[in-house]
Every structure is written in C-alpha cells, then in structure tokens.
Design a protein around this ligand. Structure first.
Ligand SMILES: Cc1ncc(COP(=O)(O)OP(=O)(O)O)c(N)n1
Ligand SMILES: Cc1ncsc1CCOP(=O)(O)O
Length: 431
C-alpha cells in the first residue's frame, strides 16, 4: 500500500525523508517521497536549509496522486509557510499524520513561519513532542495532566482529527486525544540515539494506518517500533535505525554461524586447551554489529583430557564476557569477540612476546562503591585496563581476589581472530 511522505532531507542520514522512507519500507508499505527542503545537517547541527518552491510541492504530489492508491500521508518538515499551504490543500482528503517539526533536536529552526503549521494541523492526526505541543496549544507542560489538556486544546481550537502528545522529553508516556477520549501509552527507557524519533514515529503511524489499524492500535505499534529503532540505533549517524528488525535478524543469523564455526575450531585444540580452562569454565562471546551478544550456553568445560561446549550458541548466554565485550566496544567498537582462559604468568608472558597489547586490572584497587554495587566490577576492570594500555588491548588479565579466580580475556575483531590468537598462544614457542 502506498504511503505519501512529505518531508525534508537530512544530509546526516539520521532524520527526515530518509528515515521516513526506511520506516515505511521496513513496515512493508510503499513510500512515495515528496521533498520539501534540503537541510545542511550533521548529527551535531543544522547549518541551514533550502526550501523548494511551493509549486514544486504541488507538482510532485500531483504526479503521484492520480497514479497510486494512497492509503495515508505523513507530513514532516515543511520549511516554508508557502509549502505548508500547498501541502494542506493537496492532501486534505487523505488520512494525514502530521509531525509539526519546528526545530531540529539540536535546536535550529526548520520552518520560516511557525504559525503556518496550523493550516496542516486542521484535519490531521498531529504528533507533537512537548515543546511543539506547548507552541501549538500555548500551554506550559509539566505533567501528564498538562499533556492531556494541551492535546485537547490543539484538537478543539485547531480542529485536529486527533492529537498525540509524545512524552519522550518528560515521562516517556504518550497521550492520545481522539473522538473526545484520552488514551495513554506508557513507554520504557531505552538506551540509544534518539535523533529522528519524531520522523520514525509519525511515518510508522502512517504505515500502520495504511494497513487499516484503528488509531490506538496504530499508535501502540508505532511506539514499540520506535523503541526498537532507538535500542538498535546507528552509532555512525547518532540516530534511530528504522531498519533494525531486518538488520537485527540478519546480524543474529550471521553471528550465530560465525561463533558456531569458531567454537568447533576451538574444540579441536582439545588436550592443549584443557589445562587452560578455568574452574568456572571458558566462554566465548561474539557481539553483532547492533550490540547483541551470543555465547555458549553452559560454557566450555574440561571433559576428560579434552574440552566440550556444554550447550548451544545462544543470545545472552554469557553474563561476564558480555559485559566485558560491551564495555570494550564503548572504546573500540570494532572489537566483537572475547574468550576467557585460566590465568597463567607463562601465557601472559607469551602474549607479550608475541607482540599482543596486554593490559590488566587489579581487583584490590576496585573503588568501594563499585565493589558494593551488585554488578560493575567487570566494567570497571575493562575500563581501567583500556585506559592503562592507552591503545586497544588484545589481552586483559586480572590476578583474582578473595573467592575470584584469576583470569585472562582474549579479545578480537571477530571470532576467528580470537581462535587464531588462542592457537598461537597455545603453540609451543619456536626455539
Ligand atoms: C530534514 C529533517 N526533518 C526533521 C528533523 C527533525 O528531526 P529531529 O531533530 O531528530 O527531531 P525528532 O525527529 O527527534 O523529533 C530534522 N532534524 N531534519
Ligand atoms: C566467571 C567469569 N569471569 C570472567 S569470565 C568468566 C566466565 C564466563 O562467564 P560468562 O559465561 O558469564 O560470560
């Protein structure tokens, strides 16, 4: 089903028409992209924008209106009051979701005449964030009650079809006012980049409406879609990732395969590896590009004279190595794999002789507040070792503490690199 997208270009590739096209495509509908303006933008700032002539908007919309069966329209950045008027007129008979973009999240204005947005509010399902709702309703918003009141004012005074005030800036709850009724959509705190969330939310809502969902159900689905887009956001663009679902599944598939093969290779080291498996067992963890971590369920244990993985490769099958890897990736995102071995001075010496970057942490130096917290030792240790090395460490060890076995962690940019590192570490030194 076709969804008309009226929006501006973000040259940083995080928000705007590109995020809308990805969202509508990811949700299985056909995007019809109508460009309003070109912005000169990167994740840090918008240095300017060039709105197209209003007639260019009219002609773009007319080119597709007669040809496609348009089920919904999403309107984002307009750029000029002239464009706002033309878009309002050319789309007035369509189910229209309007994200009243006034400024970028970095603070720069994206429309010459804020008052002109009101022509598009009329008849639209409007999706303002808190500052936009304040500007449209003239009400300061501090609470859920204010959000409701602001939604009601926008619907009644500006004749919106429905209003969704998004609480991302306030309390994570979105409030929908529709047909004289209020609906609430609580959200969960999700870590990740949020640039482009308004664009992804409004285009997801348009796509779900195009599928024929009722408004409250479409809002719920759009909200969950955006939570995923933040959770799997794109570090490079510092923005949401509307393609998260496809990418997540593809990355999961590849990572599982990669780790399965690497574990098979590792197990071939059998008798040589056996004495280096710690009492708690060895695990082998691999992160996907989106930061999910696979490992061996039940770890790899000593088995007679050789070694054996206890269970299959699974997502989140590791706790310690997962946290070590994610911490390392905050400094060096190219590091994707890690494995632990029993500490031995000889192995550390050999790693140094082989030219690996070796660093360490001393659990006795762990600050009291980190010790007291239920979790955090691993994160503190990796950060300490990374800072001590001053460059990307290949190997990090610690000498243990009361009840904690000393350990060596071997990192790599992929699972094969870790296996290769283990292989050379376990090979007899050439004379
Ligand atoms: C071209 C363009 N369109 C829209 C925006 C606004 O996006 P952003 O600043 O990320 O705000 P939210 O999408 O999070 O509401 C933009 N910056 N550029
Ligand atoms: C106990 C322990 N400490 C550092 S690595 C390790 C073993 C692997 O643990 P996990 O399977 O939780 O990653």
């Amino acid at each position: 089903m076709a969804v008309l997208i009226v929006a501006g270009l973000d040259t940083g590739g995080g928000a705007g028409i590109k995020a809308d096209i990805e969202t509508v495509s990811a949700l299985g509908e056909h995007p019809l992209p109508i460009l309003t303006a070109v912005t000169y933008q990167n994740p840090e700032r918008v240095s300017g924008y060039f709105p197209l002539p209003a007639e260019a908007l009219r002609d773009q919309i007319r080119a597709v209106r007669g040809h496609f069966d348009i089920k919904a329209v999403k309107v984002g950045m307009l750029g000029s009051g002239g464009i706002a008027k033309v878009v309002a007129k050319e789309t007035e008979d369509l189910t229209r979701v309007f994200d009243p973009v006034m400024a970028s999240s970095t603070g720069e204005r994206l429309i010459d005449d804020i008052g002109s947005l009101k022509v598009l509010v009329k008849g639209s399902i409007v999706t303002p964030n808190v500052p936009e709702a304040e500007a449209l309703s003239g009400l300061k918003i501090h609470s859920l009650e204010d959000m409701r009141e602001s939604a009601r004012i926008i619907a009644q005074t500006l004749k919106a079809e429905a209003v969704i005030v998004k609480g991302g800036h306030l309390n994570l709850t979105d409030v929908l006012y529709w047909n004289g009724e209020f609906f609430e959509f609580p959200g969960e705190r999700v870590d990740g980049f949020t640039h482009g969330t308004g664009c992804a939310f409004s285009s997801a809502l348009a796509a779900f409406l195009a599928k024929g969902l009722e408004l409250p159900e479409a809002v719920e689905r759009a909200k969950r879609f955006v939570e995923g887009a933040i959770r799997f956001s794109k570090a490079e663009a510092k923005a949401v990732n509307p393609l998260w679902e496809f990418q997540r599944d593809a990355h999961r598939w590849r990572a599982r395969e990669e780790l399965e093969r690497a574990v098979q290779e590792l197990v071939k080291f059998g008798e040589k590896l056996n004495p280096h498996v710690p009492e708690v067992g060895t695990n082998f963890a691999l992160a996907t590009a989106l930061g999910e971590v696979f490992a061996v369920k039940g770890r790899i244990v000593r088995y007679g004279k050789t070694v054996k993985p206890v269970g299959p490769i699974e997502l989140n099958a590791s706790d310690h190595l997962r946290r070590a890897l994610l911490k390392m990736r905050e400094f060096y995102p190219e590091v994707r794999a890690v494995l632990n071995l029993r500490y031995s001075g000889k192995l550390v010496e050999r790693a140094e002789r082989l030219g690996f970057v070796v660093s360490f942490y001393d659990r006795r130096e762990e600050p009291e507040e980190v010790k007291r917290a239920e979790r955090g030792t691993m994160e503190w240790g990796i950060e300490t070792a990374v800072r001590r090395a001053g460059k990307r460490p290949d190997v990090i060890y610690h000498l243990g503490d009361w009840g904690k076995e000393p350990m060596i962690l071997i990192f790599g940019r992929d699972a094969r690199e870790v296996v290769e590192r283990v292989r050379v570490l376990l090979s007899p030194s050439p004379r």
